[in-house]
Design a protein around this ligand. Structure first.
Ligand code: IPM
Ligand code: MN
Length: 330
């Protein structure tokens, strides 16, 4: 049976790279049936829709969502991010943001391979807080971080389960327990409790600032990294930078309980400055589609797509994807 995929190309280079990713999935011989959803900054400017409850309900009926990138310079920051991307992550309970990094960091001889598991439904992203006396010299702004035992435990458990499928079986918790003592303590205690269920799995802890140094200077120490929403956001841009660039960085927003569709998107943004120039690298979108194939039970096809993405050559967005697709059919 065909996998039913909701497509949100979005803004900027999003539609370009998504079209190339679909071309590659089809070249891999995977049977998909797609439905386009016109969402993102451009749609918002057209008729005000960001993500209505009706649209959200219809998204729930799909097997997966493939997203390009959202955001336009004409829409103020936060509107599309909160109203579309974060709304999907929260409402569909996509509590794992999985971002694999494989590459050779600058100054290193050997390639590294690690995965960051970023908590995706809590932390500072929840939007706790508010503002008082806005625009005055007495303005007060607070922005809290929500950390629940359930939310922290389920993402840590996912990280340990993922480690069981990897050769090294090693999980590093990244936080800032020396300063964020309330949230950090919950994360550390929960990590220790879960780790006790996996006696064969080695563990480590790094403060997030130190992890930034190690990502650059010693990325080989990592296998599976688990961290909170905001640390994970920042750390995964760095992960991309030391693994061949953000043009290769893929991500999966997962609902491991499968109570609804999971969402797959490149880590990069909509890059409005290069729209239509053919300069966008389609590989991040293609590798995100490969993560989608894994989640849909098409791991053999996903492995073939990943293999075809090795040294994809140079050229325009379309030329690179055509080259990858040709390796799959040929
Ligand atoms: C990401 C992005 C998003 C995030 C933005 C666009 C809201 O940076 O997926 O990493 O902060 O999570
Ligand atoms: Mn980010």
């Amino acid at each position: 049976m065909a996998h039913r995929i909701a497509i949100i190309g979005g803004d900027g280079i999003g539609p370009e790279v998504t079209a190339e990713a679909l071309k590659v999935i089809r070249a891999a011989g995977v049977d998909i049936e797609t439905t386009d959803f016109d969402l993102g900054g451009s749609r918002y400017l057209k008729d005000g829709e960001i993500l209505s409850d009706e649209t959200l309900e219809s998204l729930r009926g799909f097997d997966a969502i493939l997203l390009g990138a959202v955001g336009t310079p004409e829409v103020p920051p936060g509107v599309i991010e909160r109203g579309l991307l974060l709304k999907m992550r929260f409402a569909l309970d996509l509590y794992v943001n999985q971002r694999p990094f494989e590459g050779t960091a600058p100054g290193h001889a050997e390639p590294h391979s690690f995965v960051v598991i970023r908590e995706n439904t809590e932390g500072p992203y929840v939007g706790e807080g508010g503002v008082l006396r806005k625009g005055t010299l007495n303005e007060v702004a607070t922005q809290g971080s929500v950390n629940t035992r359930l939310g922290v435990e389920r993402v840590i458990r996912y990280a340990f389960e993922l480690a069981q499928t990897r050769t090294r079986k090693h999980v590093t918790l990244v936080h800032k327990t020396n300063v964020l003592t309330f949230a950090g303590d919950l994360w550390q205690r929960t990590f220790d409790i879960v780790a006790a269920d996996y006696p064969d799995t080695a563990t480590a802890y790094n403060h997030v600032d130190a992890a930034c140094i190690y990502f650059v200077q010693d990325p080989h120490r990592y296998d599976v990294v688990v961290t909170d929403n905001l640390f994970g956001d920042i750390l995964t841009d760095l992960g991309g930078a030391v693994s061949g660039g953000i043009g290769l960085a893929s991500s999966a927003n997962l609902n491991p309980a499968r109570t609804g569709p999971s969402m797959f998107e490149p880590v990069h943004g909509s890059a409005p400055d290069i729209v239509g120039t053919g300069k966008a690298n389609p590989v991040a979108a293609i590798l995100s589609a490969a993560l989608m194939l894994d989640f849909l039970g098409e791991s053999a096809a996903a492995d073939r797509v990943r293999a075809a993405c090795e040294n994809p050559g140079t050229g325009t967005t379309t030329q690179i994807a055509d080259n990858i697709a040709a390796r799959l059919v040929g």
